[in-house]
Write a protein that binds this ligand. Structure first.
Ligand SMILES: Cc1cc2nc3c(=O)[nH]c(=O)nc-3n(C[C@H](O)[C@H](O)[C@H](O)COP(=O)(O)O)c2cc1C
Length: 179
């Protein structure tokens, strides 16, 4: 585990920062990235009549004009090649009661929508019932970024349910805002 208690100043050498190439591994990066709390979305659509989707914590609102958001998908994802063919993608911002749903939506085997109530738009975007915000979207740009692809999406429709509090993903734990 990396423990860095030193203050980092401009001009500090790499050693003085307590970070070296030897401890910059995928495992430590994953752990370090986990300190940044995020929400979790479901991104889903109907493809050839079947619901396809996954859970993602890399969602970021980007632009108001034009209306853009993004999420990052692993280049090795076996779901994305199918999901990206959909005319519209549904983004659902998951609520504090969705900790089990996140695991289901992320499962590598079995039904990703087991136990989940979903709503499909006329355009084939799939949304999870009981979530706070639904954003219908189309793919605007794909930007290769290391082992992930940044998927920039243009929002085409919005539905909001303000009473639903969000789930917060932090250091591999699902938390609530008041916890
Ligand atoms: C909390 C959480 C956040 C996740 N965030 C992402 C993400 O941002 N991008 C991504 O590609 N996969 C993410 N995943 C993994 C996917 O939900 C899913 O497990 C993965 O896509 C399954 O592999 P497949 O795409 O080959 O079917 C996340 C999983 C969990 C549990």
């Amino acid at each position: 585990m990396i423990v860095c208690t030193r203050r980092v100043r401009d001009g500090d050498s790499e050693d003085q920062r307590g970070m070296s190439s030897s401890n910059l591994t995928q495992a430590t990066l994953r752990e370090a990235f986990g300190y940044f709390p995020s929400g979790v979305i479901a991104i889903a659509a109907e493809v050839d009549g079947t619901r396809v989707g996954l859970a993602a914590s890399t969602f970021v609102p980007v632009s108001l004009e034009p209306p853009l958001v993004l999420f990052c998908v692993r280049n090795t994802s076996t779901t994305w090649p199918s999901l990206r063919t959909a005319a519209r993608l549904g983004i659902s911002v998951l609520g504090e009661s969705h900790d089990a749903a996140v695991r289901t939506l992320a499962t590598r085997t079995g039904d990703r929508f087991a136990g989940l109530e979903t709503v499909s738009s006329d355009n084939g975007a799939v949304f999870v019932e009981g979530t706070s915000v639904w954003l219908e979207s189309t793919i605007d740009q794909l930007v290769l970024a290391g082992d992930h692809t940044i998927v920039i999406l243009r929002v085409t429709d919005i539905t909001m349910h303000p009473d639903v509090a969000p789930i917060v993903f932090h250091r591999s734990i699902f938390r609530r805002l008041d916890a």
